[in-house]
Design a protein around this ligand. Structure first.
Ligand SMILES: [Fe+2]
Ligand SMILES: [Fe+2]
Length: 329
């Protein structure tokens, strides 16, 4: 039997990674794969790169690696020179060494594991070829299938949305007029040409910035099992590890990342506290209210806080604020 630990979306959260490492010591998986977004968000990106490099883990690159690798090139995100919106990236670019950058530069964008005696495992941060596509449990199978129909393997490990997913996606080809079968899309497809297809879609959740309302560090263990036990031949055991978030939260000030990163960095801090999609909440509110969160980030954020008092909501859940207050009392 093969046991694979799948980690994703560490986002520079070293304290969370250390907690996961301690759990891996106990679980003793055969191998560890990290499915993208190693860096950016929490102020320990360089430490996380060094740690993961030293461990020799199997890596897959995510979109946050590309924010770094594309910066200053013609591929860069539009507007990323603006320090009010992209100051956190500027801090990161100043922090990462050339050797660390080269490590990110040479990572693959996807992997396929062909383990003897087991069915293949396709691994990509979003879906193969697109690292910013992600999945949520509230989506229907019919919504998910168009994104994964090119995947010939029975099991796809995604990441990116920072929520744990372990579900089987089914589709009847003849009922879906928009779904075309491309016979050239994948020669490994075991159910190629059939009228019914299914995939095992897995997201291990996020080590460093979970967004499923549970702030614990999350990952998954996969074990190969007979097809009759689980379609696709891989069984998932989700893992959630508690850890002390205060060192990560403290580092936002002490590292200088918050001072340079401004609003976006504040929102990443909030996500550690609440495990809710604070950046999405802010963007959604700003667009609905007619603000421009990309080009007038601070003004939009000030209006957001004034209107929603989200800072109060976060503070009541902030372990750093709580412990400071208790010490003062
Ligand atoms: Fe991520
Ligand atoms: Fe991502």
């Amino acid at each position: 039997m093969m046991r694979i630990a799948v980690l994703a979306d560490i986002h520079g959260n070293l304290p969370a990674l250390e907690a996961v490492l301690a759990q891996l010591e106990r679980l003793q998986p055969d191998t560890v794969v990290v499915n993208g977004d190693l860096i950016n968000g929490v102020p320990f990106s360089t430490e996380v790169i060094d740690r993961v490099r030293a461990l020799g883990w199997v890596m897959v690159r995510g979109n946050h690696e590309f924010y770094f690798l594309d910066f200053g090139t013609e591929r860069a995100m539009p507007g990323c020179d603006d320090p009010a919106r992209w100051g956190q990236l500027h801090w990161l670019v100043e922090t990462i060494t050339p050797a660390q950058g080269a490590y990110l530069a040479m990572m693959p964008d996807e992997r396929t594991f062909y383990i003897p005696g087991a069915q293949p495992l396709r691994i990509a941060h979003g879906v193969p070829g697109r690292n910013r596509v992600g999945f949520h449990n509230r989506q229907t199978d019919a919504q998910i299938v168009p994104e994964i129909q090119g995947v010939g393997e029975r099991t796809l490990i995604s990441a990116h949305t920072h929520v744990q997913i372990d579900r089987h996606i089914h589709i009847d080809i003849d009922r879906s007029s928009t779904l075309q079968f491309d016979p050239h899309v994948d020669h490994h497809a075991p159910n190629h040409g059939e009228l019914h297809r299914q995939w095992h879609l897995i997201n291990p959740g996020s080590v460093g910035l979970p967004l499923n309302s549970d702030p614990m560090a999350q990952f998954a263990i996969l074990e190969n099992v007979p097809e009759q036990e689980e379609a696709g031949g891989w069984r998932v055991t989700m893992q959630r590890v508690p850890y002390d978030r205060r060192p990560a939260l403290e580092a936002y000030s002490t590292s200088g990342m918050l001072a340079m990163g401004g609003v976006i960095t504040q929102l990443f801090y909030w996500e550690i506290v609440t495990a809710e999609p604070e950046i999405v909440y802010f963007y959604r509110w700003a667009w609905e209210q007619g603000y421009d969160p990309d080009n007038a980030t601070q003004a939009a954020f000030d209006a957001y806080v004034a209107a929603t008092q989200r800072d109060h909501y976060v503070r009541t859940r902030d372990p750093l604020y709580q412990s400071t207050r208790i010490r003062k009392d």
